[in-house]
Design a binder for this molecule. Structure first.
Ligand code: UD1
Ligand code: UDP
Length: 362
């Protein structure tokens, strides 16, 4: 029996790892699959809720690293995860996405000589001011196996000279979770609880430093929300980074914007699938809205997920008031084209990952 550890740390990691855990259940004679939670995110609404909503077991190890500067947080994850690896001696480690926990754990396991995979490899925004872009480039440069969600990932890894035998185009485990949880989202009471009518509201999330850490930019976003809320209800589950910045700057948001705490995955899916559109700077929400066919406005200059713009429902807009309002006008005019679901976003990406790893290494 071999031991495999998958790493979760921040909110978008849970959706990517839950299906991987389930998929290894089919290989229980070969693999013992464990989850380590670094504790990068720790509020109940940013962490605990997802274990419940995604039917994920409690992590075997919880490192409790918490918040800090990039160096502090990365260093704490590395020291904690090194201890886990030395004690548990895993045969294989899986990291997902592009957060600080991803690069920190990849560095540890690769240096201990443990075979390591990156799920969601090859994505690039080509914006090195994004901390995630540095995490992506660094992780892809050191891991052994690279699992890719969309064709742009293949192109970038080939361009970087990665051996083709180590690259596997498997689809998107985040969409595995979406398809798994969609039936449950039908039972959510969130619309009733918030007094929202399905199809008659927009869903907003904002948490990128480029949008919420600069006072003028954050004021612009709030100004846009105030304008939009004049004729369409808005629901805005507020990320802790954004909440903190709004409070520190004393910025008030119009009372008709439903500012709520982050919601669990099932409720968020319910909100997303029935929204008139979403306005976001999230990575994962660009993909989920494309899978659901819901229009998405992404307030960023770049995206590392170009397939969502090329064939999906995502519109990338200059993060300015006019950029966002023009995109809203396009969607509300009904002129936006319908999107397509990208290849292999079919609910079975994690099964492919488990099959590849088992075929090569069990
Ligand atoms: C992190 C990821 C980002 C990802 C996002 C998902 C990095 C570099 N960034 O950004 O890629 O899109 O998670 O949500 O890894 N905080 C709390 N409670 C929590 C977590 C955070 O209050 O449970 C507050 C703290 O004040 C903290 C701040 O949010 O300093 C930022 O948290 P951090 O994990 O550093 O970065 P995120 O902005 O969450
Ligand atoms: N999400 C959620 N509740 C919320 C906001 C987001 O469950 O209140 C989910 C969303 O459906 C997606 C993931 O969190 O699966 C995206 O995480 P986030 O936007 O924090 O990170 P990113 O994808 O930008 O790294």
């Amino acid at each position: 029996m071999k031991k495999i550890i998958s790493v979760v740390g921040a909110r978008p990691n849970f959706m990517k790892v839950a299906p991987i855990h389930r998929a290894f259940g089919a290989y229980a004679e070969s693999w013992e699959h464990h989850i380590v939670h670094t504790g990068q995110h720790y509020d109940a609404a940013m962490s605990d809720a997802f274990f419940r909503d995604l039917d994920m077991p409690h992590p075997t190890w919880f490192l409790g690293v918490g918040s800090g500067s990039h160096a502090e947080q990365t260093a704490r994850v590395m020291t904690g995860f090194e201890q886990v690896c030395l004690e548990a001696r895993p045969d294989y480690v899986i990291v997902v996405g592009d957060v600080n926990s991803t690069i920190a754990c990849a560095l540890v396991s690769v240096k201990l000589g443990i075979r390591t995979a990156h799920v969601e490899a090859g994505l690039r925004s080509f914006d090195r001011l994004m901390p995630e872009e540095i995490n992506r480039i660094a992780t892809d440069a050191i891991v052994d196996d690279l699992f890719v969600t969309e064709e742009s990932g293949l192109t970038h890894l080939k361009h970087d000279g990665v051996d083709a035998n180590r690259i596997h185009f498997v689809g998107n485990t985040m969409i595995d979770s979406l398809l798994y949880a969609l039936p449950k989202s039908e039972k959510s009471t969130i619309h009733h609880d918030l007094g929202l009518e399905r199809g008659r509201y927009a869903l907003v999330t904002m948490h990128r430093p480029s949008n919420v850490d600069h006072p003028e930019q954050l004021r612009m976003i709030v100004d846009v929300l105030t304008t939009l809320a004049a004729d369409l209800p808005l629901v805005f589950p507020v990320h802790p980074r954004t909440r903190k910045n709004l409070q520190n700057l004393g910025i008030d948001v119009a009372p008709n914007v439903h500012m709520i705490d982050p919601v669990g995955y099932i409720d968020f899916l319910a909100l997303m699938r029935s929204a008139n559109f979403t306005l976001t700077d999230s990575g994962g929400i660009q993909e989920e809205t494309t899978a659901l066919g819901v229009p998405c406005i992404t307030s960023r200059t770049t995206t590392e997920r170009p397939v969502t713009v090329e064939i999906g429902t995502n519109i990338l807009v200059e993060p300015t008031k006019s950029g966002i309002l023009e995109a809203v006008a396009l969607i509300r005019s009904g002129d936006m084209r319908a999107g397509q679901v990208p290849p292999l976003w079919d609910g079975h990406a994690a099964d492919r990952i488990a099959a590849v790893i088992t075929a090569h290494y069990s």
